[in-house]
Design a protein around this ligand. Sequence first.
Ligand code: GLY
Length: 386
Amino acid sequence: MAATATQPVFILGGGLMGLAIAHQLARRGEAVTVLSRRRNEAAGFVAAGMLAPHAEGLSGNLLHLGQRSLERIPAWVGQIEADSGLSCGLRACGIVVPFASAADRDAYPTAGFGDRLDRRGLEREVPGLGPTWTAGLLFRQDGQIDNRRQLMRALERACTALGVQFQEGTEVQSLGRAADGALSGVRLQTAEGEEHLLDCQRAVLTCGAWSSQLMPELPIKPVKGQMLSLQGPRQALQRVIFGPGTYLVPREDGLLVVGATSEAHAGFAEGLTPDGQRQLQAGIAALLPEASHWPPMERWWGFRPCTPDEGPLLGPGPIPGLWLACGHHRNGVLLAAITADLVADAITIDKPQGNNPPGKNPQKSLPLGEAERWLNAFCWSRFGAG
Ligand code: GLY
């Protein structure tokens, strides 16, 4: 079927990437429909919301992409807040990474981007820090956003305010191809058990850890993370602490989000485990001993989408007309801002003839040369699969 002026772009997956891209497409005048199986399992609801390219010790292209996204986050959040009328809970609070020795600190891949701290400096930045830590790095430029309670809701509201349609409880089962190989349709099953085939020439795959269930050629595996939150005193902790294996993220209202196990062999095994929860408790005791006495508020788990090099898959997919925004592993919240712009720009550049809504000239937000560089660096076929 020929593309018509009203045919939406289908977003396959209603998590953070799906919402962020839907929002940017809607801002560029596109009709958008989000198909989602179970929104509450999205990694966007699971993550702690750290904005931490430096604290995470990223390197190479992934560090540069993360830094570029970090720069863009205030403006991106401003758009979401303006379109939704809701706050996203962005905090430019800085992140402290503690180390057992100055040598460990100086060997950290991103050490050059942080302020070097000795024990006194650590105590000043993080009163109550455990005694094991004698050196640290303060990354003032890193921060956090309240993804779980604020950003996801605000994005959803921004999308609906701009006319994005949602179909929750919808499982995409396969993608149809035309005679020339291009995307022609989406076969799905509704929560009521009905099967439908939708005509579709443009779609974005944002299924996170489940992406390779729809496209087995994509090298994405789940890495399970268990988390919890504690009710701490308001203002008890100002900086995020990013320790080895455990991190503590203080929200404005005193809630302390604690992450996360990293279970590469758990597959999609649901639920908390005593081992995982004990590991988090040990991490809390080592980083901030007084927090061991704060009552737990919530416990949860989820699945990070991980590729072989831990970088995302961005841009054109294995089928013409299908775009990818998946595989963001530990950095989805950080990378959502640049991912949404890159993919929305690319789709509106590639729009089929005759499908441009009158008077809606797509606004590109990244210089073309830069966008091309990122799409090449994070192309799905970089692993030799394509
Ligand atoms: N961004 C931290 C994590 O995935 O646990």
